[in-house]
Design a binder for this molecule. Sequence first.
Ligand code: SF4
Length: 288
Amino acid sequence: MHFTGRTWRPPYEANTPIIQATSGCTYKNCTFCSLFKDEPFRMSPIKEFEADLAEIKSYQPYARRIFWTGASPFAMSYDHLKLRALTVRDYLIKCQSIAMFASIRDIKNKEVWQLRKLRAMGINGLSIGTESGDDSTLLLANKGYTAADIVEQCKKLDEAGIEYYFVYMTGLAGKDGGYRNAVQSAEVFSQVNPWFISVDSLTLFPDTELYAMAQRGEFVPAGERERIQELQTFISNLKIRTHLLANSVSNYHPMMAYLPYEREKAIGELQYVLDTKDESEMEAYRAS
Ligand code: SF4
């Protein structure tokens, strides 16, 4: 397999065969992220991609799903996506879905008819690192899109029948910003249809712009208790039926909930954490 760069896939794709379609990130400007900082963006040449498909076929000829790695495979043009999606079909006859990371920015340059065709070719299951639906938080994180863009672009995915998953990041709005971020994001996310929302919590890494801003006093990180309260507010304000997966290692208290049915249970669970843990205990967890 030709894995040349940093290989990254979401935890919920752990059982999906992965293949490198691109490496690096086309954007690299998010202030909290240094994941692909020193790695140029590269599209895997089709010959390399085919060789990897042949290798996957030799182990899992009946794979029903495949995950394309790289921060931005969906940034590829319609024609490049089409060629690769059809090539997957040449090798993996039973493959029903081709999943990958995508950005709101990557959807902008695609028409609904193109999205529909890509869906018909198997592209389905886009993990979108939205992080927030609050304009001032999106600006602080320099995500390169607005809340209105999230709604506009995801409505195109809804129209094309492509399923997608969101990420929400607690703590990203900084100290005293969690409530606003949670209310605004829940309002925006509720206008579209993410199959589930994965929740992470900001950890400041020294090689990021946000860390440098914190050093200069331009960004004050939110405390751990504020983040738990932020998640409670987010859960309270979401108006759609969706799964919430707040179980990655960046969450002090890992939890999952099926909303709206488990809303009260989830809020109560987080309240128990607030009632029984103090800030220093939670800070020690993050520092570790
Ligand atoms: S968060 Fe995603 S889009 Fe932003 S710089 Fe990191 S890898 Fe690229």
